[in-house]
Design a protein around this ligand. Sequence first.
Ligand SMILES: O=C(O)[C@H]1O[C@H](OP(=O)(O)OP(=O)(O)OC[C@H]2O[C@@H](n3ccc(=O)[nH]c3=O)[C@H](O)[C@@H]2O)[C@H](O)[C@@H](O)[C@@H]1O
Length: 399
Amino acid sequence: MMKRVTWLISGLNRRMMKLLIAFALIAYIACKSIQENGEIKIEEKIDEVSLTRKSLSTLLKQFSLKGLRISITGGAGFVGSHLTDKLMMDGHEVTVVDNFFTGRKRNVEHWIGHENFELINHDVVEPLYIEVDQIYHLASPASPPNYMYNPIKTLKTNTIGTLNMLGLAKRVGARLLLASTSEVYGDPEVHPQNEEYWGHVNPIGPRACYDEGKRVAETMCYAYMKQEGVEVRVARIFNTFGSRMHMNDGRVVSNFILQALQGEPLTVYGTGSQTRAFQYVSDLVNGLVLLMNSNISSPVNLGNPEEHTILEFARLIKSLVVSQSQIQFLPEAQDDPQRRRPDIRKAKMMLGWEPVVPLEEGLNKTIQYFSRELEHQANNQYIPKPKAARMKKGRPRHN
Ligand SMILES: O=C(O)[C@H]1O[C@H](OP(=O)(O)OP(=O)(O)OC[C@H]2O[C@@H](n3ccc(=O)[nH]c3=O)[C@H](O)[C@@H]2O)[C@H](O)[C@@H](O)[C@@H]1O
């Protein structure tokens, strides 16, 4: 008998099991009502728990955080791929959506072939039709040289792309977490920056495509929340570093490490007195998952409050790499925020989250990663040889 029951259960797929659990819960609530009121009020109770697709999925999310269907836009990028790793390890079904503008297949290739993993080559500027419970919306170039390279595309990704993902969340009753940024505070006049601060952004400057794109993406989230009841979470992410940053990323951490490893001058823009606070990627990923599964719909800062000047930072990397590189001062970048440090009291209090990886430990891991990448590059230099033009009747053929 027991064998038959086990066989039956193993035959049911996980989604079926979740539905059964939900129905059992509803039946339990209804029975409780009978007990309490001494009369049958099942229909009323079913009305009360409103047996719609949405309430059912909310119910499931509350009772089971395992085996959700999760989509990550930008999931093949630096942060997205680490988030993919965590969610896959936690036993979810993960669909990575990426157009590979800054993301790389290599970042997630170790999951290809796993039954819970899917990789879709898709640009979020086009609508997407899939079934999901949660959407982590990370798609966007994040490094200044990348987002300034094609500002119109950056704007489209953050506006049309976010609208498309909110539309998807609305259609399927999914919860959406927006990867917003400390850049919504612009060049801040308040220090450290807390979530109440409205920011100081130049709307027509070179960074505006990203800063304003993310600001309007936040506005869109709250419009969908108020008008359509979409569940949204907004993470304001501060400077983050770690393995899988692109070699040509152009952000300060990867630039300084690569320069130090190759004995080239470390390029400091301006005087180097501008400040940043850097968090290691695993801390961020833990914060994102906690926020997604919390009930906080207002924006939350995720960052490491340990603040350094960029010049201090250059010296630290030089010493960790044990590099002979010089420090070279280059012209200041336009609209470069002068001071940045997150106030993370809200994340601490409401999520119980704070960064745990010390700066030097994170930097050492990242230095090791980039050393391996340089080695990999040196061993895999593929220089395609020019093909001889095909000859037809004694003449070269150009096609
Ligand atoms: O790393 C991040 O997470 C953030 O990176 C950028 O913001 P930014 O702080 O300007 O990042 P970097 O390009 O790494 O620059 C940090 C500071 O270092 C300086 N820098 C950068 C590169 C370099 O080679 N030398 C150098 O001195 C910049 O001028 C800036 O003052 C993005 O705009 C943010 O969205 C993103 O969240």
